[in-house]
Design a protein around this ligand. Structure first.
Ligand SMILES: Nc1ncnc2c1ncn2[C@@H]1O[C@H](COP(=O)(O)OP(=O)(O)O)[C@@H](O)[C@H]1O
Ligand code: SF4
Ligand SMILES: [Mg+2]
Length: 358
């Protein structure tokens, strides 16, 4: 799957002056009944990939095959029917729920759109079932989104997704906007519902700690590409990609002794712009294991190092064996102008220092 967004410039004529390579060649498979966790820094293309799967973003290349059917060729009624089977849950329930609609009307709307509103009595029964499934009282139906807490609102968002009896739920940062204590409740609810309704999940998060508990398998994304994929157990026990190791090293450990000895890998520099991704391995500008050959010239393919454990790094074996050790990385400055318009002055470290010490 590839999703490139054109960057347009120009006052009278829209010229395409470049592309944002939001998703740039991701190949993944989600098995029926499993939870696939997709993680990576903000801006690496997770939401775009999730949306492209539902064709909310048209893919530039590639396709989504769902239950044996190629989603990319479906049109009109067929597409609508298939879309019912895949539902999305969003990060911020307040902005994804219409504030002027009561919970009842929010839930009925979806049912109606897919012809599942079959009479007052059956619909009212269905709504009660849905609310009870997500742990809300029937009295919630008459209320409006602002009358609920964040966690309750997310329950409404989940009920709305469930209403259409989907097979797959794409949950895009479902708990990121919630307090930590509430996060666990919503994650537990999602797990219960999965069992009860035989759901398959794609759970997107920028936080590895969130997907750790819920996921069967985890995919790690960096700048539009998948850099590692493994069962949750394998990934946390033995991360193979330098980026994954850095992400994991940032999660605090509750045990103070372990915490003190915890390896912390600080990444140099910021996430480069997806409009101007680094050559070769996209992580080479920040990788503490970067080598003089291949890293900046050859894009590593995702390859299976051990059964079910894939990694996109030229030197994964040598890093794993300890033959290659991490070293200090001087961040490579990626050109700020994205190769787009030369009329914007470059604001680099030099001018920042000047601004501070004129
Ligand atoms: N509709 C769009 N048009 C142009 N650029 C977009 C659009 N949607 C997302 N992007 C860009 O694509 C990149 C990936 O975004 P996104 O998929 O939202 O990342 P994530 O969900 O991992 O934070 C970002 O640089 C973002 O600015
Ligand atoms: S290919 Fe090179 S730069 Fe990329 S992750 Fe591996 S060692 Fe680091
Ligand atoms: Mg996102």
């Amino acid at each position: 799957m590839k999703v490139h967004f054109p960057i347009k410039r120009g006052v009278f004529i829209d010229r395409t002056v470049g592309y944002v390579y939001a998703v740039d060649g991701v190949d993944l498979e989600i098995k029926r009944g499993e939870t696939y966790g997709l993680v990576g820094e903000s801006g690496c293309g997770k939401s775009t990939l999730g949306r492209a799967m539902l064709r909310l973003n048209e893919p530039t290349a590639g396709k989504m095959v769902f239950d044996g059917q190629d989603f990319s060729t479906l049109k009109g009624e067929e597409l609508r029917k298939m879309r019912r089977r895949i539902q999305m849950v969003f990060q911020d329930p307040l902005s994804s729920l219409d504030p002027r609609q009561s919970v009842e009307s929010i839930l009925v709307e979806g049912l109606r759109a897919h012809g599942l509103d079959k009479g007052k009595e059956s619909t009212s029964k269905r709504l009660r079932e849905l609310l009870s499934a997500v742990g809300l009282p029937a009295s919630a139906l008459r209320k409006y989104p602002h009358e609920f807490s964040g966690g309750q609102r997310q329950r409404i968002g989940i009920a709305r997704a469930l209403a259409l009896e989907p097979d797959l739920i794409v949950a895009d940062e479902p708990v990121s906007a919630l307090d930590v204590s509430v996060q666990a409740q919503v994650v537990n609810l999602m797990e219960e519902l999965q069992e009860q309704f035989g759901l398959t999940y794609l759970v997107i998060a920028h936080d590895l700690a969130v997907v750790k508990h819920i996921s069967d398998r985890v995919g790690v994304m960096y700048l539009g590409g998948l850099v590692e994929e493994a069962t949750a157990e394998d990934l946390y026990a033995e991360p193979l990609h330098p980026y994954t190791r850095a992400l994991l090293s940032a999660i605090p450990v509750p045990d103070p002794v372990v915490e003190d000895r915890r390896e912390r890998i600080l990444l140099a520099g910021d996430l480069p712009s997806p409009a101007n991704p680094p050559t070769g391995c996209r992580f080479h500008t920040r990788c503490p294991w970067r080598q003089a050959s291949r890293c900046d010239t050859e894009r590593p393919a995702l390859r299976e190092l051990k059964p079910g454990h894939k990694v996109a790094c030229h030197w994964a074996e040598q890093i794993q064996s300890g033959e290659i050790q991490p070293h200090e990385v001087k961040p490579i400055l990626v050109e700020e102008n994205d190769g787009l318009s030369p009329d914007v002055p470059l604001v680099g470290p030099a001018s920042v220092t000047e601004a501070l010490n004129p």
